[in-house]
Ligand binder design. Structure first.
Ligand code: ADP
Ligand code: MG
Length: 476
């Protein structure tokens, strides 16, 4: 599949080639042709799957096709001719053709930067971001250029709308990027107000990690006959992997259970994931003493030692690998029958990467998570991310003392596999992002019509701004 095949014009394709994009990502393959055809879109796909280009490329294509004559004078030109006529220049509102709403300044700037990249060969098309924290004269200067594309956070945009600086009557395309996050941040009223100010015959594209619950309700309200595009994460390729959870009371219970499960007859080779390098070493030592052929694999080891360990695993002289996420990524050993989460991963995406170490080459695999009672929420986050319930198992003789969490997977009214619509009740916070602070209120305490993120503290919990490397497309 090529960008040409998606029907994009050659100026855009040249820019993409120059940017080093060789082929459209799956979400782009589906979204671009539909959006060029003018369809409304509801899209959910993983972080890093290329959603910005998925809405920006078809939009640029459409905007580039509009006759330049129809664009009219810019507010600056208007003011100059007014001066020439010796009249007092009047401010004329900017009339953007496209509006992109994003939850934060950082994301708005990213979208603008990408747009500049994709539109380098489209001279006429300008994109500007209107953000909280930007000096007012600067914003007025940007708006006076009458840009075709406005990228904004909802709060600041409302200010400009209300003071008559922006007129949306000519708007053709409305994009809500990371809609679930905007709702989490309390922007729903602002969004409704902005949407109401745009023409009914606009094209609307909504992007979100989930299309459930509150986001789904809003999405259906503001779109017309939308095409729904859901690019499932690697998760749904794991149907040949049996997953289960065992609750444990404490570390000693966890270790005893692990030893027991490692003696399972169906186990050929296994990877045990730990949260820390030190745990990987400790557990490997303990298992070796207990008679298993175990080895640790983590980032503190020299490349030579890592390669030797991986070779031993491939040859079968190591049966059990105790690994951290980074070290084990991409391991492809078909004889790995079991993956254990000694510690749950921090991010649901990592769970998917981890369990993908088994069930390779069309075989079956087992993914077993040893979970403390207090970590039930983390299991739920994984279940929402993978859209699969993970059954809870109990082994005779290794029963947890606490049983409260056991019937979790048969709870009534919960999320059911295959149920992507309206699972969450209105007002109930639906699962949003891998790694997001689940259920936490906005840290800066801002709600309603104020600007996006301002205070410190948000960053640490925000997978988009964190120091953790972004997952780029193709990183599976
Ligand atoms: P998302 O919004 O889905 O999280 P982004 O739009 O931010 O993802 O894109 C993630 C990264 O992938 C960006 O660095 C972007 O430049 C890059 N990217 C997007 N599409 C492609 C493509 N077709 N080929 C190569 N890189 C791409
Ligand atoms: Mg994005």
């Amino acid at each position: 599949m090529t960008f040409e095949a998606l029907g994009l014009n050659t100026s855009i394709i040249k820019a993409l080639t120059d940017a080093g994009y060789t082929a459209p990502t799956p979400v782009q393959q589906q979204a671009v042709p539909a959006a060029i055809a003018g369809k409304d879109l509801l899209v959910s796909s993983q972080t890093g799957s290329g959603k910005t280009a998925a809405f920006m490329l078809p939009s640029l294509h459409r905007l580039a096709a509009i006759e330049p004559a129809a664009a009219g004078k810019t507010p600056n030109q208007e003011m100059q001719s007014a001066r020439a006529r010796n009249e007092r220049p009047r401010f004329k509102a900017a009339q953007p053709k496209m509006l992109v709403l994003t939850p934060t300044r950082e994301l708005a700037l990213q979208v603008t930067t990408n747009t500049d990249k994709y539109s380098v060969n489209l001279r006429r098309i300008k994109a500007v971001s209107i953000l909280g924290g930007m000096p007012y004269p600067k914003q007025m200067q940007l708006l006076a250029k009458n840009p075709e594309i406005l990228v904004a956070t909802p709060g600041r945009l409302i200010d400009h709308m209300e003071s008559g600086k922006i007129d949306f009557s000519q708007l053709e395309i409305l994009v809500l990027d990371e809609a679930d996050r905007m709702l989490d941040m309390g922007f729903i009223d602002d969004i409704e107000k902005i949407v109401a100010a745009t023409p009914d015959n606009r094209q609307t594209m909504l992007f979100s990690a989930t299309l459930d619950g509150v986001v789904g309700n809003m999405a259906r309200r503001i779109t017309k006959d939308p095409q729904v595009i859901q690019i499932m994460s690697a998760a749904n390729k794991h149907e040949n992997i049996t997953q289960r959870v065992h609750f444990v009371d404490d570390l000693s219970h966890k270790n005893r259970l692990l030893d027991h499960l490692l003696r399972d007859e169906s186990l050929d080779q296994a990877v045990v994931f730990t949260a820390t390098k030190r745990d990987a070493d400790t557990i490997a030592d303990r298992l070796n003493i207990a008679g298993f052929s175990a080895a640790a694999l983590h980032g503190d080891m020299h490349q030579g030692a890592r390669n030797r360990t991986l070779d031993s695993l491939r040859r079968g002289s190591v049966k059990i690998l105790i690994a951290t996420d980074v070290a084990a990524r991409g391991i492809d050993v078909p004889t790995i029958t079991h993956v254990f989460n000694y510690d749950l991963p921090k991010f649901p995406e990592d769970y998917v990467h981890r369990i993908g170490r088994t069930g390779r080459a069309g075989r079956n695999g087992h993914a077993i998570s040893l979970v403390n009672h207090a970590e039930g929420m983390n299991v739920k986050r994984i279940e929402r991310f993978t859209k699969q319930l993970i059954p809870v198992n109990v082994v005779e003789g290794y029963e947890p003392k606490k049983t409260g969490s056991a019937p979790r997977s048969s709870r009534p009214g919960g999320w059911k596999p295959g149920d992507n619509r309206g699972g969450a009740k209105p007002g109930q916070r639906s699962f949003s992002k891998p790694g997001s602070s689940s259920g936490a209120p906005r840290r800066d305490g801002v709600s309603g019509s104020n600007e996006g993120y301002k205070g410190p503290g948000f960053k640490a919990n925000n997978p988009y701004n964190s120091d953790r490397p972004r997952r780029s497309y193709g990183d599976r």
